[in-house]
Design a protein around this ligand. Structure first.
Ligand code: AMP
Length: 366
């Protein structure tokens, strides 16, 4: 595909008003673009830094059409927008990543099918649409297993580990998930969770940031360390190769993240298992703002505007650590501002509710 070049001074439309949209908007402004953010919540963090905003629902066809017709290119900051919304946007302006890439990756079933067809391993999985399916899937996969909603899950929401016979009470579980389409996955006994954040441009060029290690607490990303420690260089190269294979197969334009489990076999061999693809900039790439020559946000803007991708290498080759500020942790903002070498980012969110990502801090380590 020959890329449409978006000139500085043009308007980038961003669907979604969270912190990811906010940081894309800031990067776009650095290159002279104007930003129009579309989101349903009046207090969206990205609204604070946009030249124009539309505050409306993701299924408001009229508002979406007006928004897309008024911008030069559209991107999105989260994958849970309906396929119909993406198709509608694409009728009015170039949409990157494409509606097809979004549709493949926003449903865990089609996503895992797609990944396996590329010859890339995932956890074993079965679709679960009825209580009977659940029984059959458990027989096939065994316990422990993880039951997840196929769509709209994030930060561990919409999932449950099935360990014991009692956990496998079909009716109780169906009541809990409220009839949503589900997937049962085998539990992966991983040593670490890692991710590749990478960009692909419309001309097929590809640039990956270094492999990250991600430590979660209560299912929410707490700390990202780069480069991922204790991993063989060939495994890190393989992880980047997996991300490239996925991006090429999706004919992807923009930044994506591929989350993987690192499994260590008894003989010490390392094996990668893909957990999921995020068709957007990703929390595990926030370190790139100070920690890489080009940030993931600039890289995303470059890709969707048809500009050359930037250098993804780490600043001065230093190790980097990114810590999320979750809920009340943001209260330490003054101390963090006073800490030499700590780079503080606050998202401008009002209430520091438990589990809410309020900001992050990045440290470059000599
Ligand atoms: P997800 O929403 O798929 O990213 O899952 C959230 C977190 O749950 C992951 O980061 C893992 O820590 C854990 N998890 C998800 N799926 C599995 C699995 N199949 N095996 C083991 N842990 C899992």
């Amino acid at each position: 595909m020959s890329p449409k070049i978006i000139e500085p001074g043009c308007t980038l439309g961003i669907v979604g008003g969270g912190q990811l949209g906010r940081m894309i908007a800031l990067a776009a402004a650095e290159c002279g673009l104007k930003v129009h953010v579309y989101g349903p919540d009046a207090d969206s963090p990205a609204f604070d830094v946009a030249a124009s905003i539309t505050c409306s629902a993701y299924d408001d066809a009229e508002a979406l059409a007006r928004f897309a017709a008024g911008v030069d290119v559209v991107t999105y900051e989260f994958e849970n927008i309906p396929r119909e919304t993406a198709d509608l946007l694409a009728r009015h302006a170039p949409l990157h990543p494409s509606a097809a890439a979004l549709a493949t990756t926003q449903d865990r079933l089609s996503e895992k099918d797609f990944i396996n067809r590329l010859g890339i391993p995932t956890a074993p999985f079965r679709a679960v649409d009825t209580p009977d399916d659940f029984g059959r899937a458990l027989d096939a996969i065994g316990r422990p297993a993880v039951l997840k909603t196929r769509r709209f899950g994030y930060d561990g929401k919409g999932q449950r580990i099935i360990r014991t016979e009692a956990d496998a009470d079909r009716n109780a579980i169906f009541a809990e998930f409220g009839g949503a389409a589900l997937i049962l996955e085998g539990f992966v006994a991983f040593e670490r969770e890692v991710s590749v954040v990478a960009a692909r441009a419309a001309d097929g060029s590809f640039a990956a940031f270094d492999l990250c290690e991600n430590e979660h607490r209560d299912h929410i990303l707490a700390v990202t360390r780069v480069p991922a420690p204790g991993i063989a260089p060939e495994t890190a190269r393989e992880a980047v190769g997996i991300a490239k294979t996925i991006a090429d197969a999706l004919d992807y334009v923009g930044v994506l993240a591929v989350e993987m489990f690192l499994v260590r076999e008894a003989d010490g061999t390392e094996r990668l298992v893909v957990n999921e693809i995020a068709p957007r900039v990703h929390n595990s790439g926030h370190w790139t703002i100070e920690g890489a020559a080009t940030s993931q946000f600039s890289q995303h803007v470059r890709a969707v505007c048809g500009w050359p991708l930037g250098d993804p290498s780490r600043t001065g080759g230093l190790r980097v650590e990114m810590q999320n500020l979750i809920g009340g942790e943001v209260a330490a903002w003054m101390a963090l501002l006073a800490e030499p070498g700590a780079h503080l980012h606050l998202y401008g969110k009002g209430e520091a509710r438990p589990g809410r990502k309020m900001g992050h801090v990045t440290r470059l380590i000599a």
